[in-house]
Design a protein around this ligand. Sequence first.
Ligand code: ZN
Ligand code: ZN
Length: 116
Amino acid sequence: MLGKIRKKMIAAEIGPIKQVETVVCPICERVIPKPQMDAHHLIPKSKGGKSTEYLHRICHRQIHALFNETALARKLNTAESLKEHPDMQRFIAWVKTKPDSFYQRTSKSDRIKKSD
Ligand SMILES: [Zn+2]
Ligand SMILES: [Zn+2]
């Protein structure tokens, strides 16, 4: 029974791999479509941070546009503290009115990418 064997093999292959489930952005609490998924270091890598959190690309970009790495490492190193910041609250209120996959192209001025 070829069919049976093949099925078994496929099951074994898929088994240990964790299926990608819906990821919700801890900043704006909307679902993150895969192409918009960005990993953010809650404590910047340059400050020894290791753990990352998935955010919308646009939420991620906003964080780095508003805060430098020192501020992120010292104070804004959790999604909660980021969300409490008035500038982020303004952004969250705005981005919530947009589709999950919304992404505004980076304007020239903030394209000068700070290392992440
Ligand atoms: Zn980041
Ligand atoms: Zn988001």
